[in-house]
Design a protein around this ligand. Structure first.
Ligand code: DOR
Length: 435
């Protein structure tokens, strides 16, 4: 995108890492990709090509999603980098981390550069490729970290798979420490989840479905906390889903270990009871858990044990989800509903929700030089404008994602993205994607 726009955003409440919880009523002027003026609301601004009304809205740094499956290359029938980027922009995200379980996997410079270039071509948000921890995500040999780091990768994960071998994980952490990059673990001991469909508990017993025990996640969280203690590396825990996982992270952080963690909206808004419908839209990895786990995730977000809200946006084409529960792939959409679910279901201040959806994940992804920034003169113009109290009904036929597997169809939520400005361009205006 080369054409430079000038944009004014007027009448909103600005909320960023520096303003504090109450924010500030301010108008802003954007030109050549940067914020050029910030004035108290109603004061003069230079004229602009585009005037964006932000009345009753919050104007915040663009949202950052640490966990997105874009399916390209390899599974373009479910999503492409362009359709996923559009869903992201509509959800208020200006940066998304692309998970490496593509085909081929993102374990080489060429694939990583392809993903980034496709993101640039779409021009709707920054697509930040994560690299694999192990070659082909096969868990047997380390990926070429030097090459990937040179290609700009800062976050490495085998997401979809946990690294099973403790020796390999130890070596991976040692390399990551020396290269100053972050490993992100999908915590699942696969020997304990073979054939599993849903959370192992009373509900799965009633339904007669194979159970996915909490301990499969917790064992790996425990092991990796100890490996971080041993190696001095840092780790990020993806999509935590159980109470004990949250408890362990809380203790480890208090001990000063370099650990961060995320929770996905579906894990704090839906429980294993949803599977009573036998609807594959509710099958996800890790599985939906119990009311106690939901409360623990909410508490963990509220006290900062869990740093980030990340969607684990996992599109799957209808023909894949329309299989028996044991054969359907796990995963659900997340990009277009995350902000509204967080605002509707959490009792946190908007400011804390934004911390978990913007500046904290930006830091974890290593992109905090350009996302999650204060809205101030000279800063890159990656900005989201949303009305926190507008109610709307989720409709799977209206999603921009190429797949329709949202579990929230028909749900009324509050909080709607009105405008998204990426790199100084109005990519979403009045709720409509411009590209
Ligand atoms: O539910 C999930 N779906 N969890 C994962 O870890 C992978 C993802 C996918 O790629 O579909």
């Amino acid at each position: 995108m080369t054409n430079q726009q000038t944009i004014n955003i007027r009448g909103g409440r600005l909320m960023d890492p520096l303003t504090g919880r109450n924010g500030r009523m301010a108008d802003i002027h954007i030109a050549t990709g940067q914020v050029r003026a910030v004035v108290d609301s109603g004061n003069d601004l230079p004229s602009a090509d585009i005037e964006l009304d932000a009345t009753n809205c919050i104007v915040s740094p663009g949202l950052v999603d640490l966990h997105v499956h874009l399916r390209e290359p390899g599974r373009e029938e479910s999503e492409t980098i362009e359709t996923g980027s559009r869903a992201a922009a509509l959800g208020g995200f200006t940066a998304i981390v692309a998970m490496p379980n593509t085909e081929p996997a993102q374990d080489s410079r060429i694939v990583v550069e392809f993903v980034r270039a496709q993101g640039e071509r779409a021009g709707l948000c920054e697509v930040v490729p994560a690299g694999c921890i192990t070659l082909g995500r096969a868990g047997e040999a380390l990926a070429p970290y030097d090459e990937l780091r040179d290609a700009g990768v800062r976050l490495f994960t085998d997401d979809g798979n946990g690294v099973q071998d403790p020796l390999l994980m130890r070596r991976a952490l040692e390399y990551a420490r020396d290269l100053d990059v972050t490993l992100a673990q999908h915590c699942e001991v696969s020997r304990l989840t073979t054939g599993a469909v849903m959370h192992e508990g009373s509900c799965c017993g009633h339904l007669g479905l194979p159970g996915w025990p909490a301990i499969a996640e917790e064992l790996m969280v425990h092991r990796d906390i100890e490996l971080v203690r041993l190696t001095g590396a840092r780790i990020h825990f993806l999509h935590l889903s159980t109470q004990r996982s949250v408890d362990m992270v809380r203790v480890a952080k208090a001990q000063g270990l370099a650990i961060t963690a995320e929770a996905a909206p579906h894990h704090f808004t839906l429980s294993d009871e949803s599977l009573r419908s036998f609807d594959t839209v509710y099958k996800v990895n890790p599985p939906l858990r119990t009311a106690l786990d939901i409360q623990a995730l909410k508490d963990g977000l509220a006290d900062g044990t869990i740093d980030a809200i990340a969607t684990d946006h996992a599109p799957h084409a209808s023909h894949l989800k329309e299989q028996p529960l044991d054969q359907a792939p796990p995963g659900m959409l997340g990009l277009e509903t995350a902000l509204a679910l967080a605002l509707s279901e959490l009792t946190m201040d908007v400011y804390d929700v934004l911390a978990a959806l913007s500046w904290k994940p930006a830091k974890i992804a290593g992109i905090d030089d350009r996302h999650g920034r204060p809205i101030a003169v000279g800063e890159p113009a990656n900005i989201t404008v949303f009305n926190p109290s507008v109610e709307w009904t989720v409709d799977r036929e209206m999603v921009a994602s190429k797949s329709k597997n949202t579990p929230y169809h028909g749900r009324v939520v509050s909080g709607k993205v009105r405008h998204t400005v990426f790199n100084g361009h109005g990519v979403v205006i009045e709720g409509v994607a411009q590209l």
